[in-house]
Design a protein around this ligand. Structure first.
Ligand code: URA
Length: 234
C-alpha cells in the first residue's frame, strides 16, 4: 500500500497534506524519514509515523455519534451543517459516511463508517436490523392507536411492517422498527392523527447509544460493539 494512501485512509491527513508534511521531514517509515510517499509499504508490518504520531492502520473505521439537532446525516449539503463536520479534521479524508439517515431534527445514535459493504448489509431490508427510538407525541395516544401502530399503518401508499411500541406514559414511548422509510415515525404518528415533537434514536443493530456522549460527541466503537456488528463485516 502507498504511504500517502495509508495516511489518508487512516484519517491522519489528506494525500496532499501528507506530501507537504513529508517534504518537511514529518513522515517516517521504520524510523527513517521518507520524502516519497508513493513508496509501497506493508501496513501490517511497517511502522509509519506522521508528525511524530504512529499511524495506526485500520482497514475500516466505525464510529458512534450522538447526533445533535440541526445537523443533516449526509456527506454534502449546502443549506445545513453535516454530521461529518463534528468529527476531527483528520477524519474528514477517511471516506466516512452515516450508516442510515436521521432527520435534521432527530437526535441520537448514528453509526459512521467507511465500510460500504457493512453499511449496505446493516441497512438492507432483508436483514431486519432493529432500530429503537424514544419519541414524544403532541397529544395523548390511546391503547387502540398504539395497537394500530404496532400492527402497521398506511403512511401514504405504504403499509408499515409490524413493530414494537412500549409507552412510558400517554405521550412518551419507545418504538422499535426493522425498516427505515423516509420520515417513517413522523408519518406513522400522523397516520393515527398525532404528531412527533421529539425523536431520538437510542439503539441500532443491537448497539445502544452511549449516554456518556454529549450531543455532538463521538467515539470509536469498542470491542463489545464491534462484536455485535461482526456478522455484517466483510
Ligand atoms: N423516523 C423519522 O420520522 N425520522 C427519523 O429521523 C428516523 C425515523
Amino acid at each position: 500500500m502507498r504511504i500517502d494512501k495509508l495516511i489518508s485512509e487512516a484519517g491522519y491527513a489528506s494525500r496532499s497534506e501528507a506530501a507537504k508534511a513529508a517534504r518537511k521531514g514529518n513522515v517516517t517509515v521504520n524510523g527513517e524519514t521518507v520524502k516519497d510517499l508513493s513508496r509501497h509499504i506493508d501496513p501490517e508490518r511497517d511502522v509509519v509515523t506522521f508528525c511524530g504520531e504512529e499511524v495506526v492502520y485500520q482497514k475500516n473505521i466505525y464510529i458512534m455519534m450522538n447526533k445533535p439537532e440541526g445537523y443533516v446525516s449526509s456527506t454534502d449539503d449546502k443549506s445545513a451543517p453535516i454530521v461529518l463536520e463534528l468529527l476531527d479534521e483528520r477524519l474528514q479524508t477517511a471516506g466516512l459516511f452515516p450508516c442510515g439517515r436521521l432527520d435534521k431534527y432527530t437526535l441520537g445514535l448514528l453509526i459512521l463508517t467507511n465500510d460500504g459493504a457493512a453499511a449496505h448489509k446493516m441497512l438492507s431490508p432483508k436483514k431486519h436490523v432493529e432500530k429503537t427510538y424514544r419519541f414524544r407525541l403532541q397529544h395523548a395516544i390511546s391503547p387502540e392507536e398504539v395497537a394500530r401502530l404496532e400492527a402497521g399503518v398506511d403512511i401514504g401508499g405504504f403499509v408499515t411492517k409490524p413493530c414494537r411500541v412500549v409507552m412510558l406514559n400517554e405521550v412518551e414511548g419507545d418504538i422499535t422498527l426493522t425498516e427505515g422509510k423516509y420520515h417513517q415515525i413522523k408519518r406513522m404518528a400522523e397516520a393515527v392523527g398525532n404528531k412527533i415533537v421529539y425523536l431520538e434514536r437510542t439503539a441500532f443493530a443491537g448497539i445502544s447509544l452511549d449516554t456518556a456522549l454529549a450531543r455532538g460527541e463521538w467515539r470509536y466503537l469498542n470491542d463489545e460493539e464491534m462484536a455485535i456488528i461482526a456478522p455484517y463485516l466483510s
